[in-house]
Design a protein around this ligand. Structure first.
Ligand SMILES: Nc1ncnc2c1ncn2[C@@H]1O[C@H](COP(=O)(O)OP(=O)(O)O)[C@@H](O)[C@H]1O
Ligand SMILES: [Mg+2]
Length: 215
């Protein structure tokens, strides 16, 4: 298992997550569906170690996260989990390449090696021509594929995606989905919160969040 979560609870004004149990098998694609406000983003943030649950336990790669310090949690997050969001959060005023390698630079990895990996990934996508472009000059669909490369640059075992196609036309959506399938074939495990039936169609498993529970 890449990730195991037991009895996760989270309350804001009301109880959003009641008693959530999730297991993500290595190499799987899981879709997380449920109406708006059901708690999908909250659950992803908790599983991604960004947000603390009120109670419950999470294991990443077999390692319990319950007693880890904030620094240890950041380390685990940076090295084992990639994030992909609906609004890509790429950094303006930086090039496509700088954006892709940013997580690895933060982790103080050797720049030459990381740039080489980014170049290989861009090449595979036929996006090499964009490498030195300012991020503000690329299209929405390209931005979303670039965001997935950024999520993959550290070779995390798990990628958490929150409505990654929510903003895309159908052709960009299909290209992103083929990239996700390709990344999955290279060994990435995915958990994808989505409303989109096309996304659910590439999933090995579908989890539905309803009234604070997974059904
Ligand atoms: N930081 C927060 N403070 C208070 N309420 C929140 C916060 N984040 C989310 N919520 C509430 O939790 C519920 C679930 O939100 P969310 O996880 O974003 O759902 P989804 O992603 O399924 O649309 C919503 O009612 C939302 O208003
Ligand atoms: Mg959401």
């Amino acid at each position: 298992m890449i990730l195991e979560a037991h009895n996760i609870r989270k309350r804001f004004d009301r109880e959003v997550l009641s008693d959530i149990n999730v297991k993500l098998k290595a190499g799987s694609i899981t879709a997380l569906i449920g109406p708006s406000g059901a708690g999908k983003s909250t659950l992803l943030a908790i599983l991604g170690l960004i947000l603390k649950p009120d109670s419950g336990r999470i294991k990443i790669m077999g390692q319990s996260t319950s007693n880890l310090s904030d620094n240890q949690l950041s380390y685990l997050r940076n090295h084992h989990i990639g994030f992909l969001f609906q609004f890509h959060h790429l950094m303006k005023e930086f090039s496509v390449m700088e954006n892709i390698i940013m997580p690895a630079m933060i982790a103080k990895m050797q720049r030459d090696k990381v740039v080489k990996r980014a170049e290989e990934l861009l090449e595979r996508l036929g996006l090499s021509a964009l490498k030195n472009r300012n991020i503000e000059t690329v299209s929405g669909g390209e931005s979303q594929r670039i965001s997935l490369l950024r999520a993959m640059i550290m070779k995390p075992e798990l990628i958490l995606a929150d409505e990654p196609t929510g903003n895309l036309d159908s052709s960009s959506c299909n290209r992103l989905l083929s990239l996700i399938k390709w990344a999955n074939e290279t060994g990435e495990t995915f958990l994808i919160a989505t409303h989109d039936e096309n996304v659910a169609s590439i999933a090995d498993e579908i989890l539905t969040l309803k009234d604070g529970k997974l059904i």
